[in-house]
Write a new protein. Structure first.
Length: 319
């Protein structure tokens, strides 16, 4: 897997995903207009299916053997636990970045997953916390990070994180996915296995599902996934406490996020030391002269397409 080839793949990946998503959405729309009931969960499976299909075609064309070229080696129970802990430790940072970005962007993830709250908890976990990590880690830590890694660890982590963020196609998710992607890359380097990032990704994705489940048990969410009257009143009260309180809350969250991020780093270093990879994950600077090794024309165009899509989405939401 070479950098230039994978850069060319990214633009095809983005255009293919957006195009096929539009086609699938149109088919579902026609089916519903024809009176055919289409379950909401189909769109979540279809979205990940499109990603996997494009990746499989790329691997076939480039003759990439996922067994030998993508690190799926088994990890120990200790590594599994450390990966879970590292994943959950990322949540405060994700919440901080999400809350800050919501000052100028929309939380489309929260809006788009409301209908899932009506499904059984196990189904929610499968749709949001099992399938996406398995598919997305194959792409971004397997194909992209695996290719960029040949040009240097730090640049590979940053590039795979950048493309991971861009591919979410909305500003809110893109910003915290960028950070998540960098951390996941270092976890793969630390353990030599993609399963560590899959497990950490699973941990992050189960957070919101678990919190909503607890709120439902506490009566703060109704059976149809809507916020209850009590919870809505509490949210309105919190929103009216003023800017100063909000700033203080953000500062506290930032401190908590920093503390938990340090703990995540400790987990990653512990895994790296166990596998003899401590030197490999040491951060090193990137010279400006090396940037050209990563930013070729196709990947730049792909990133521009993603950014333009995100901006258009935000502007459309304000109309």
């Amino acid at each position: 897997m070479e950098v230039r080839k994978v850069n060319g793949f990214f633009i095809i990946f983005v255009i293919g995903y957006i195009g096929l998503s539009v086609v699938c959405a149109s088919i579902m729309g026609y089916a519903q207009n024809a009176g055919i009931a289409v379950p909401d969960w189909i769109q979540y499976v279809m979205s990940e299916g499109i990603i996997l299909l494009i990746a499989i075609i790329y691997m076939i064309v480039q003759k990439i053997d996922p067994i030998t070229e993508i690190p799926y080696k088994r990890i120990s129970i200790v590594d599994i636990v450390l990966s879970l802990v590292a994943g959950y430790c990322l949540i405060p940072a994700v919440l901080l970045i999400s809350n800050l970005s919501m000052l100028f962007s929309t939380n489309y993830l929260e809006e788009g997953t409301t209908t899932l709250l009506t499904y059984p908890f196990a189904m929610q976990v499968i749709l949001l916390a099992v399938i996406p990590p398995l598919v997305e880690e194959l792409i971004f830590r397997g194909i992209f990070f695996g290719s960029y890694r040949k040009a240097g660890m730090t640049g590979a982590a940053l590039m795979s994180g950048l493309l991971f963020g861009c591919f979410h196609l909305n500003i809110n998710q893109a910003l915290y996915a960028f950070v998540m992607g960098i951390v996941f890359a270092y976890m793969v380097e630390a353990t030599g296995s993609l399963w560590s990032s899959v497990i950490a990704h699973f941990a992050v994705n189960t957070y919101s599902i678990g919190i909503v489940q607890l709120l439902k048990m506490a009566g703060m969410y109704t059976a149809d996934g809507q916020v209850s009257g009590v919870a809505e009143s509490e949210a309105e009260l919190a929103a009216s406490t003023g800017t100063l309180t909000t700033v203080i809350q953000m500062i506290i969250l930032a401190v908590v996020a920093a503390a938990f991020m340090m703990l995540a780093i400790v987990c990653i270093k512990t895994m790296a030391k166990r596998h003899g990879n401590l030197e490999k994950i040491r951060f090193s600077g990137i010279r400006l002269s090396h940037i050209k090794n990563y930013f070729t024309a196709p990947v730049v165009v792909g990133i521009v397409i993603c950014v333009m899509y995100m901006i258009t989405l935000e502007l459309a939401g304000t109309l």
